[in-house]
Design a protein around this ligand. Structure first.
Ligand SMILES: [Zn+2]
Length: 376
């Protein structure tokens, strides 16, 4: 242990202050990622020792610089700091990754399955397919690309039009007329030229053979394709993915639900796609208007009015879509980073911009579903 090198985590702030005792100081470790705070009272030598932990100098060398600091105390101090996840062992760590070092520190604090740099490597190995490169799909791709996902398949048949510049954050005027997939791919490669990207510029149709589109080694498929309706495209994609045992994320941010999260579909951990859709159709039973005819138009018609309309908070289209994309990306990154503490509760959140409330809505496994009741 004493021949190894250690460094304080990037995400730790250390504050040292005097105490009533002239030989002792109060040391406060503040974890920026989790807001945890750890306080110790120790000799002044400990504060000096912490300042010298640079990830390059061995503990033995630091001790010889400090002089009166015995080996046993140093070993128990290192043990304490490691157990509290305040320092990392740099001896066998790869050279610091300048691009991702802040994110790696974050992974170090929040994903306890492995060192942060290994989680970062894990993201690089992921292959993500995205249906729909509009405002939500494009922003999710950007967030995942910046986070370090290494491979994408982008699917969209549309070309960039002027109206897309309002909300597709990856496109600019010079892109008008080009395929959205190509524009988004080029944009992702300006973020990181090592991202591998393939594209399909075809429309998803009822008879589309998805096995020829989606590679078997896909880590996750994300659906943001809301034409003709996200429920229909999700059923087709979700049923295919279930056969292949590929996880699925159905994004929000469409139709009237402009500021909603989506949901992860990965049976048996979550309800299957049919159950998720069924939950929606039951919940939204009275949502869509029904048509009725007025038989006698000469009669005086009286209206009973109910007014549920709450005005306010227009938001701006790009902000609404980006909100949904961000919520989706948080959940997607939690899943593909392999965090074993993940909670598979399938809750959809929606922020109601006019009233300022967030609603939540849980997908349920249906009693008679053979998929959801088979494997458990
Ligand atoms: Zn089911």
């Amino acid at each position: 242990m004493l021949n190894e090198t250690y460094k304080l985590k990037e995400s730790i702030d250390v504050f040292v202050s005097e105490t009533e005792s002239p030989d002792k100081v109060l040391i406060i470790f503040h974890k920026m990622t989790t807001r945890d705070r750890i306080e110790i009272i120790a000799g002044k030598g400990v504060a000096e020792f912490l300042a010298l932990l640079d990830g390059k100098t061995t503990t033995v060398d630091i001790l010889s610089k400090l002089g009166n600091f015995d080996n046993d105390s140093a070993a128990s101090l290192i043990e304490f700091l490691s157990s509290q996840r305040l320092i990392v062992n740099f001896t066998e760590r790869p050279p610091e990754n300048q691009r991702y070092k802040r994110q790696i520190a974050y992974f170090d604090d929040l994903i306890l399955d492995r060192p942060g740099h290994s989680t970062q490597e894990q993201l690089k190995s992921k292959h993500v397919t995205i249906f729909g490169c509009g405002a939500v799909g494009g922003s999710i791709a950007e967030i995942l690309g910046r986070a370090g996902v290494g491979e994408f398949l982008l699917i969209d048949y549309k070309r960039v039009a002027e109206g897309n510049l309002v909300c597709d954050t990856y496109s600019t005027r010079k892109d008008i007329g080009n395929y959205k997939t190509d524009v988004l791919a080029a944009f992702l490669n300006t973020i990181d030229s090592n991202i591998n990207i393939s594209t399909i510029n075809e429309q998803l149709l009822p008879h589309t053979d998805l096995s020829s589109w989606i590679p078997k080694n896909t880590s996750l498929v994300i659906n943001t394709c809301d034409e003709p309706y996200i429920g229909h495209t999700s059923l087709k994609i979700g049923r295919h993915l279930h056969q292949q045992e590929i996880p699925f994320y159905v994004a929000g941010g469409f139709d009237a639900h402009l500021m909603s999260s989506g949901e992860l579909i990965f049976p048996p951990f979550t309800p299957c796609i049919d159950c998720a859709q069924k939950t929606f159709s039951v919940a939204l039973e009275n949502w869509k208007p029904t048509y009725s005819s007025i038989e006698d138009s000469d009669e005086n018609i009286s209206f009973e009015t109910t007014n549920n309309y709450i005005a306010g908070g227009s938001g701006g289209f790009v902000a609404l879509s980006a909100f949904s994309a961000n919520l989706a990306s948080l959940r997607i990154l939690e899943f593909i980073s392999g965090d074993s503490s993940i909670n598979f509760n399938t809750v959809r959140y929606e922020y109601l911009i006019n009233s300022g409330f967030t609603t939540e809505f849980e997908m349920q496994k249906q009693e008679n579903c053979c998929v959801c009741n088979d494997k458990i």
